[in-house]
Design a protein around this ligand. Structure first.
Ligand SMILES: Cc1cc2nc3c(=O)[nH]c(=O)nc-3n(C[C@H](O)[C@H](O)[C@H](O)COP(=O)(O)OP(=O)(O)OC[C@H]3O[C@@H](n4cnc5c(N)ncnc54)[C@H](O)[C@@H]3O)c2cc1C
Length: 483
């Protein structure tokens, strides 16, 4: 159900914020109709850009008074329709709240507004030999608030853990406009409310400030690239490397279609285009012992028939290898008007068979698929380019996406590694959770967000009974889908 905004609400918003911070023109708000997942669209009635916790709280209080739904938005790079205003109402953009407020170097902490771009934190503290570890491939544009809401991962989370391991405290505007401070620099007793908030996908309130942990820049880094003749062999090499007890900072895999599209794009990384797969490995930490680890990894790659083994000579060569990986989704823009990036997890040892089956699913649905993924975590990202104007193709893409998730669950995996559930997978929660599980989650949400005004329509099945797998038709017919 959409909510028409009362003119007096708009007038109050305009009195409380600078005129340029309240957008109501349909052309202006259209930009906010979706996130990076263009399959799910729904325009907001208005967009506001507050600059402080107090301004966010004032806006949220007005939403509560008028019974208007609202959704926080960082950079809109999400890939599950999380920031889509499913029921209209207000988008509250944190884009103007991008300051790093305080640095505590002795305790390696930073207090940041949550609209700060992820990479800016590391840039800001680099001169002190520190960095912020969570590194989604979108890190040059995504915000800390989005990372917190999605509990985002990234290539280096194999070693360092996802966002939740790096957030110690939060200032949150609750859905009734009350401001609370959760957690802090020292371990707190009682329930871990910060842990609960991280990953709640914007349904518990709006985080306006976060106290984050900074890591010391590693003494040494080595980036290695091994091309393989088969994806199966490359995946087996990954399992064997991990089985040795080595914990690389990153273990990333790209298949041939991905390699080819990257190399054809502006960000050519120098990956061999005839390889069936390339494995990108990064080691970091103490310099002592790193050569030995490199040698052990080389041996595993050789054992599984790697065509070659390349070690980046310097920081520039390393950056080039990473640019290819980090620009992979963007490079796929040359293939079609839209891109559906699936996100499922499987046990690492099941990667080879699952990838074969993903290929079979794609063939059956007459779609193309390119795979780029966090191999160390078993976190798959089958990327499906499609034309959003072709209703039949859209339906086939969504159905294939669901089948891929069913496959992940069937082999003991899960339906999202890092992109969240959002709008996209709300009807797939039944693949993994029982009615009892979902009811418990709903009751948690209702404690934080009792009237359901904060980011409605996310996470929980909307089109069928709780815990029951939704029909594919109902996924395609979800509000605003494929418009
Ligand atoms: C090219 C590309 C590569 C990507 N690579 C990765 C990757 O490697 N790993 C990964 O995990 N993700 C990745 N993503 C997905 C995405 O970038 C992350 O989910 C990111 O954290 C979203 O941040 P954002 O600022 O864009 O959030 P948005 O898309 O604006 O919002 C995402 C969710 O967070 C909520 N939200 C935003 N700010 C707040 C706040 N302050 N308080 C409460 N809720 C809030 C929104 O309501 C929404 O539900 C990638 C995306 C792209 C386009």
């Amino acid at each position: 159900m959409r909510h028409e905004l009362d003119a007096s609400l708009i007038a109050k918003l305009k009195r409380g914020l600078p005129p340029e911070s309240v957008l109501v023109d349909p052309h202006h708000v259209l930009v906010y109709e979706c996130d990076g997942s263009t399959a799910f669209k729904s325009s907001p009635d208005a967009v506001v850009l507050p600059r402080s916790t107090d301004e966010v709280a004032a806006v949220v209080r007005l939403c509560s008074e008028y019974g208007v739904p609202f959704v926080a938005r960082g950079a809109g790079t999400g890939l599950s329709g999380g920031a889509t205003p499913s029921e209209g109402g207000l988008v509250i953009s944190l884009a103007s709240m991008n300051q790093i407020l305080e640095l505590d170097l002795s305790n390696r902490l930073a207090l940041c507004q949550t609209g700060v771009v992820n990479l800016e934190i590391s840039r800001h503290v680099a001169r002190h030999g520190l960095y912020f570890a969570p590194d989604p491939s979108s890190q040059s544009s995504c915000t800390l608030g989005g990372n917190i809401a999605e509990n985002s991962g990234g290539p280096h989370c194999f070693k360092y853990g996802a966002t939740t391991s790096h957030v110690l405290g939060l200032t949150v505007v609750l859905p009734d406009g009350e401001v609370v401070h959760l957690g802090g620099p020292r371990d707190s007793v009682g329930y871990d409310l910060v842990g609960l908030f991280v990953g709640s996908e914007g349904t518990f309130g709006i985080a306006t400030e976060a106290l984050v942990r900074l890591m010391p820049t590693p003494e040494a880094v080595k980036t290695l690239l091994a091309p393989f003749r088969s994806m199966e062999a490359a995946c087996e090499a990954v399992s064997d490397i991990v089985a040795l007890g080595i914990v690389p900072a990153a273990l990333e895999m790209l298949d041939q279609p991905t390699i080819q599209v990257i190399e054809a794009g502006v960000n050519a990384a120098g990956y061999p285009v005839d390889a069936a797969a390339v494995l990108l490995v990064e080691l970091d930490g103490a310099a002592h012992g790193m050569d030995r680890m490199e040698e052990e990894i080389r041996q595993q790659c050789d054992k599984h028939g790697a065509v070659s083994f390349m070690v980046a000579r310097d920081a520039q060569a390393r950056a080039r290898l990473w640019l290819g990986r980090k620009a992979a989704f963007g490079a796929m823009g040359r293939l079609s008007t839209d891109l559906y990036v699936q996100d499922g997890v499987v046990p690492r040892s099941r990667l080879p068979e699952v990838l074969v089956k993903v290929g079979e699913i794609a063939e059956r649905y007459r779609i193309k698929v390119a795979n780029v993924f966090h191999a160390g975590d078993g976190n798959l990202h089958p990327c499906i380019p499609y034309d959003g104007r072709d209703a039949d193709e859209c339906r086939r893409v969504l159905e294939a996406g669901r089948e891929i998730l069913e496959l992940c669950v069937a082999v003991g995996g899960t339906i999202s590694g890092e992109h969240g559930i959002g709008t996209e997978k709300s009807d797939h929660m039944g693949l993994l959770f029982s009615e009892i599980d979902l009811d418990l989650m709903r009751s948690l949400r209702d404690v934080w967000n009792p009237r359901g005004l904060c980011n409605p329509g996310k996470l929980f099945p909307t089109s069928s009974g709780c815990g029951e797998a939704a029909s594919l038709g109902s996924v395609a017919a979800a509000p605003g889908a494929w418009i």
